[in-house]
Each structure stands twice: as C-alpha cells, then as structure tokens.
Design a protein around this ligand. Structure first.
Ligand code: G4P
Length: 342
C-alpha cells in the first residue's frame, strides 16, 4: 500500500498538505498552491548545496508535461540524470522518440519501470558515470571512499518513493551517519557509493497551457477535482481517439459515429476545442455502453469519468503516451488562459 511504502522514507507531508488543501479548493483557480509551493521550493533550494547530483523523475506517459520549469530554475547546472518512470504504462515508440530527442539536446533520458525495477540499475550506473570526474579528483586527493549524495526530485505521484525503494532494495536504510549528512534528513543508502535524499513532490504555480493541466490530471499528479473530472476524461478519450484508434472501440464499444470523429491531427490547440464536440459525446457513449447509468437511464458522467481515468491509470487501455516530442516545437498551441495556480 502506498501509505506503508511512504513510511520507509520521508513522510511526504508536503504532498499530504497539498492533497488536503486541494480538497478544500476544488476550483481551477488553484488557491492552495503558494504555501505548499514555497515549502517544497525552499526544501529543494536548501538541499541543493548539500548534494552532488540530482535525479529528476518524469512520467513516461507525459514526459513534456511533467518537466517542471521550477525544478529547472532551482537546479541550474547541478549534474542531473533525467528518468522517465512508469515506462511500462507508456507507448514504447514514444518513449524511444523522447530518449532520442533528449539526446539531441545533450541530455541522457533513462526510461525505467520502478514497479518491476526494469532499468533502475542503469540510473545508478549513469550516476556514477556522471560523477566520474569528481570521484577521481577526490581519489587523487586521498579520499578512498566517497558517497555521492543525490537528491531525487519530481512532480507528485511520479513514483519517487517507488523508485527510491527499488534502487535501495531491501537494504534501504537511513544514511544519517554519513559525513556531511545531517541526522534527521531523509537520506537513504543505496550502497556505500550512493545516498539518496527524497524531496516532496513539486508542481509549479502556473501551467503555460491547459493541456499540461489535463495531462498531469490524467496521470494523477494533480487532483481530479482541480479541473472538472468529466473534462479530463473527455480530453483523454479524444486524445486516444486521435492517436490510438481502435483502443476505445475494443474497450468501450464506441460506435463508428464517434470513432470517425477522432483521428484528426492534433495541432493549433484544435484538440482543446474538440473536447466538447468529440470527447464528451465519446464519454457519454462509453457510459451507456458500460452501464454507467443514472436512474431513468441517463449516462452517469461522473462514474464514467472515474472509470475511464482509472482504466487509463491502471494501464487497462494499453500503453499510451499523452505527450510527443514534436509538441515541444510548438505544434500544440498553448491556450491563452493557463490553469492559473497563483
Ligand atoms: P511519489 O513518491 O512520487 O508520490 O510516487 P509513489 O512512489 O508513491 O508512486 C505513485 C504511484 O505510482 C503508486 O501507485 C506506485 O505504485 C506507482 N508507480 C511508481 N512507479 C511506477 C512504475 O514505474 N510503473 C507503474 N506502473 N507504477 C508505478 P499507487 O496505486 O498510488 O500505489 P500502490 O498501491 O501501487 O502502492
């Protein structure tokens, strides 16, 4: 259970605070943010000087949307490894395309599945590689062993806890007795060469476009009630109709009438205007076909939305990626009104 898993590492109180506050403020005008944000941001900034490197976790299903511009600003030139977690749920072709796209920008992106541990060890090797120069300088100065202190950062629910537990394995232990490590900080020991510092999930005050908000809601990194759940589910169905035709016919038996309205190129923000005209009717139809009905036989949109989002998050719709590298170059127009968290 998530709760139990979290007791083994930092009690992720900032995440918890955020969730509680989000429940109190279920509006698109996100009021909870500044306090929580300030705390998480302060922790990151404070800890930065204590670490040698940073592992930034992204969600492989939403690589661009889960890149936090705040983290970029705070980390500046700190040596960093970028990890696309939950790769088991993402479209492998899209993940590979992102790996290439990152490579073209001189950044190594490593895709991992922290649940099974697939490729998690690659991150450790990459970290040691990244630190090679520093470690050999230390060796020259007579330091025989050195523990690379590494901070793990990422948006809420991206899998930081799972990743850390996987990397540390059963031997995960607080590493508070290491030189330069203050007791009480949430350090976990991978082995003698690496110690990890967990940090609270960090979002940023204002998404540049509404699409980022939808994607983060789909992957469960912002609470469903920040945006309208039916809107999120409609966005998701529309995106799947456009990009993974066939999935919804199989899963929700959607009729041709809805299916043929999908399949359009996603560009210039068109997808946003089609949420109501294509995504929502698809959601209604999915509700009817799957028996999410209210008394009297009308579609139960709330229940259908929860079903669609649960199916997606649980991988029941197959391996789906919501972002593609091409979107970075501006193919997906940013809407003028962002989801403002200020
Ligand atoms: P966080 O610390 O960043 O907030 O994330 P956490 O590790 O708590 O993980 C959030 C959810 O994501 C958990 O699921 C976890 O099992 C799942 N998860 C983490 N990494 C991966 C991965 O690589 N692949 C898949 N498929 N899932 C992953 P949960 O349902 O909230 O909890 P649980 O019941 O699975 O423990």
């Amino acid at each position: 259970m998530k709760r139990e898993k979290k007791t083994g590492r930092a009690a992720d109180s900032a995440d918890r605070d955020q969730n509680q506050d989000q429940n109190r403020n279920p509006s698109a005008n996100i009021q909870w943010f500044p306090g929580h944000m300030a705390k998480a941001r302060r922790l990151l900034t404070e800890n930065l000087s204590k670490v040698d490197a940073v592992v930034e976790l992204l969600d492989a299903r939403a690589v661009s949307s889960s890149e936090n511009p705040e983290i970029d600003r705070i980390l500046k030139n700190k040596p960093r490894i970028v990890v696309a977690n939950k790769s088991d749920l993402a479209d492998p072709a899209v993940t590979s395309a992102f790996v290439e796209e990152y490579k073209s920008r001189g950044i190594r992106l490593i895709s991992v599945d922290s649940r099974t541990g697939a490729d998690v060890k690659t991150v450790k090797a990459a970290l040691m590689e990244l630190m090679e120069e520093k470690l050999s300088r230390k060796k020259e100065r007579g330091m025989i062993s050195y523990t690379v202190k590494t901070m793990v950062v990422g948006i809420p629910n991206v899998g930081k806890s799972t990743f850390i537990n996987r990397l540390c394995g059963r031997t995960a232990a607080l590493a508070g007795d290491k030189p330069g490590v203050t007791r009480g900080e949430q350090w976990l020991k991978v082995d003698d060469s690496i110690a990890l510092l967990d940090t609270p999930g960090l979002l940023w005050p204002k998404f540049e476009d509404r699409r980022t908000g939808y994607c983060l809601a789909c992957v469960g990194s912002i609470k469903d009630d920040i945006l309208d759940r039916a809107e999120i589910a409609s966005f998701l169905l529309l995106y799947i109709l456009d990009n993974y035709p066939g999935v919804l016919a199989d899963k929700y038996s959607l009729d041709e009438e809805v299916l043929i309205r999908g399949g359009e190129e996603e560009q210039d923000g068109v997808i946003l205007s089609r949420i109501g005209t294509v995504g929502y009717p698809a959601l209604e139809m999915a509700a009817m076909k799957r028996g999410c009905l209210r008394k009297g036989g009308a579609a139960d949109i709330e229940r259908a939305s929860a079903m669609v989002l649960d199916d997606f998050r649980g991988g029941k719709l197959g391996r789906i990626s919501l972002d593609r590298p091409v979107m970075r170059s501006g193919m997906c127009e940013k809407t003028p009104e962002g989801v403002n968290a200020d």
